[in-house]
Design a protein around this ligand. Sequence first.
Ligand code: FRU
Length: 474
Amino acid sequence: MKIDESEIIKVTNNRYRLNYHLMPTSGWMNDPNGFVYFKGYYHIFYQYYPYDSQWGPMHWGHARSKNLIDWERLPAALVPGDKEDEDGCFSGSAIVKDDKLYLIYTGHHYYVKNDPDNFWQNQNLAFSEDGINFTKYENNPIIANPPKDNTIHFRDPKVWEHNGKYYVVIGSQNQEEVGRILMYESEDLLDWVFKGVIAESKSSKIEGFMWECPDLFRLNGKDILLLSPQGIESENKKYLNLFQTGYFVGQLDYDQVSYERDKFTELDHGHDFYATQTMLAQDGRRIVLGWMDMWEAKMPEQVDGWAGALTLPRELTLVDDHLYMNPVEEVKELRTDKCVDGSIKNTKYLLAKLGKKEIELNIDSQLEDWEGNIFTFSMIQKGETKLSLTFNKDNQELILYRHGEDPNRYANLEKCMRLKLQIFIDRSSIELFINDGEVVFSERIYLIDNYDISLESDSPIDMGIQGYFLKGCE
Ligand code: FRU
């Protein structure tokens, strides 16, 4: 199947186009897929619909990069419409074997057109020698059906190798309508054997009715199961997004086909973070990317002919069973001129009219001798606060406010003597990394005019501030 170039939607206005985040050249983007390193390049694929700025029959968009920062656009890798992926090439992953790049993805099929709730899903394979042109495997599907006690939800295979064998985890739902993860094993990526259910939601309200986009990997002696559950009920200040992305820390037993795990923890506390995928870099780093949006959210860029973006690539580390996320080291390559550099001790500091909008800001505040309790970072436009992050020393709480509907998101820090903020602002996004990635908020925010940044506290606070203008990556 081929894309019909003449029908691709055009971007009609650049006002919200991001400068250093990955987004579709036009059309729709959701989950990152197939994040992998192959023949000198990091490759990232993504759920993509070229003909409209809304979700439609899913393709796999494609880009590659030598440094995770400067992305080169490549033709769509998968186009739906073949017998085994008639109505969409849904999310999946990639692996390198014998110098070939393999993509494992979900084929989506409707029983009757115009009845989106009645579908079936299978798992398929495509491969490439050059990392640019992909051929679908002639004997697809590689996994035709879920086990009998499954519902129709059966998608998002994530593949890895362990002791010379291949494994996938697949997101699914059992007939009691709770989310669960299935594991399969293969010798050659072509023939797969169902091993069992390795994890299951406690109940649809507590842990979700469907588990999407699983990812299972080893970090610091533990097996992390990262996933995107649908249906967790919001609980006071937790689980406030429509769907969540978070993790379990546990141990996988390959022989017993079991996964011992603890509680579910949200990975990012912002409004816009979903459907993550990780890869193991050659230097041993575990790097994660997410879709920097949320299902059913308003996406003001849609009227401009595009929608969706990915977060910055982030390195994952595990400390005391808590996952930390920090922008990968390479992100420093984005820095150009310094826009601010100094130390202050005050209750109010204003960075006015930065002119350019793409900046990185690093703020390091000493809390030890601070007599105050409240510290706030805000973005202000025409006298109105569009976004703020407030730290409350009393209970170590962080409150993220974004102007508009459903404004607040919350997180707590472990007791700390320092408050460190690393903030990345792009044309229509902001990512806030707090205390070396202990807490992260990812947000889409649509400010097209100049804005000011203000730092305020209820008592003078010792602060070091460094800021950089960032180069664009289009
Ligand atoms: C997650 C998801 C996946 C699915 C894909 C379809 O956002 O729903 O489960 O494969 O998006 O685009």
